[in-house]
Ligand binder design. Structure first.
Ligand code: FMN
Length: 369
């Protein structure tokens, strides 16, 4: 990606998310004014040593509609990260270095149970620190290593290299590290303006003043990440921080049309996602697809009386057809007609459909009072 393209492309970014930045999701958000997408963070060692892992993550990557795309890596060995990045650079527009976190995640994969839908963040953080992993790379003594990772990548790869990081502790140190990363060759910097914390990783307000400081101190573009719940937040964040781009993670999971400033019907957007999955088979796992659909429906219907039943039905799905069937039930539970088909007798849950629709009607009535 040329420098001028970088700045125009950075405006609205879908954050890298483990198990959620699959190709169908990337294609979906791009239809709704997302200007740049990331893959989930990839493990360099697995890219180099596990052909199935490499094959899965390369499938469809960077094909016509999947551009521009950043492939994100993380690691604490510059040589390994560069070798792995070389394997994918022809299929992407830039390589992103996830500086503070990947090895924490790797530790999770190896030693801790992960929840179905999210990272398990309960790993013993001391172990991560002792092993010189992830979140602890941002200690000042580790800055040379972090710089080395970025400079090795930017000197060895044919695509631009960017870095995504959280705030240092103290936050005021962040600007110094980031200036060093700029000199090391980072083409842009993304700041998730929260600190690394064992207990509260994504909650709490992001410190947008730090993004603003970075923007003033750096020559390369700066992307602001954190605190976005609505389109108004996107605009306010951009205005307040002066950032070149806004990156959104969790809110975009619920509303993939956020950057288009619209809120889609949850069932329609789920069908649209499933259709893309059908066009690009084997690019997302069943668990990933289930989680996306849960987020889409949760975004607007999370408090509906039938939501837990929906989650249970979703968890039982084993195919794209099963997912479509659950969405039919959702329509019935919402009191909406579903084409001309009548509910099948085997779908026992549907007997409760009318009941739930009236519960929902009552719930909306009580909201009106
Ligand atoms: C399910 C999930 C997976 C994530 N995986 C990654 C990842 O692979 N790489 C990364 O740099 N950050 C990852 N993050 C962090 C997001 O990229 C983002 O920085 C964070 O969620 C804050 O943005 P938000 O407040 O808009 O969600 C993940 C977040 C979530 C919710």
């Amino acid at each position: 990606m040329a420098a001028e393209t970088v700045t125009t492309t950075l405006a609205n970014i879908a954050a890298p998310m483990v198990n959620q930045s699959d190709l169908p999701y990337r294609l979906l958000v791009r239809r709704y004014k997302t200007s740049l997408v990331y893959t989930q963070m990839l493990l360099p060692e697995k890219i180099l040593n596990d052909p199935d892992y490499l094959g899965f993550h390369l499938r469809g990557l960077g094909e016509l509609e999947d551009r521009p795309v950043v492939v994100q890596f993380c690691g604490n060995n510059p040589e390994t990260v560069v070798q792995a990045a070389r394997k994918v650079q022809a299929n992407c527009d830039a390589i992103g270095a996830c500086l503070p976190r990947l090895h924490t995640y790797k530790l999770n994969e190896g030693h801790c149970q992960r929840s179905r839908a999210d990272l398990n963040l309960g790993c013993p953080q001391e172990a991560a620190r002792d092993a010189h992993y992830g979140a602890y790379l941002l200690g000042q003594k580790d800055w040379p290593l972090v710089e080395d990772i970025v400079s090795s990548m930017s000197n060895s790869l044919i695509v631009p290299v960017s870095a995504k990081l959280r705030l240092c502790q103290p936050a005021s140190a962040t600007v110094h590290l980031v200036q060093r990363l700029e000199h090391a060759g980072a083409s842009w910097i993304t700041l998730h303006a929260r600190t690394v914390s064992a207990r509260r990783r994504r909650q709490g307000a992001a410190d947008l003043d730090q993004v603003r400081l970075l923007k003033e101190a750096l020559s390369v573009p700066v992307v602001s990440n954190g605190n976005v719940r609505t389109w108004e937040d996107v605009e306010q964040n951009r205005t307040y921080t002066g950032a070149d781009g806004i990156m959104v993670g969790e809110t975009l999971l619920g509303n993939p049309c956020l950057f288009a400033n619209t809120v889609p019907d949850p069932v329609s957007i789920s069908h649209e996602y499933i259709d893309i999955c059908r066009e690009h088979l084997d690019t997302a796992t069943m668990q990933t697809m289930q989680t996306h659909i849960r987020h889409f429906v949760d975004h607007q219907c999370g408090r509906r009386p039938w939501f837990n039943k929906f989650r249970a039905a979703l968890a039982r799905c084993q195919s794209l057809d099963d997912l479509e069937d659950v969405l039919k039930k959702v329509e019935r539970w919402r009191g909406r007609s579903v084409s001309s088909e009548s509910p099948t007798d085997t779908e026992k849950d549907d007997e409760d459909g009318a009941q739930n629709a009236s519960e929902e009607a009552l719930a909306s009535l009580s909201l009106l009072r």
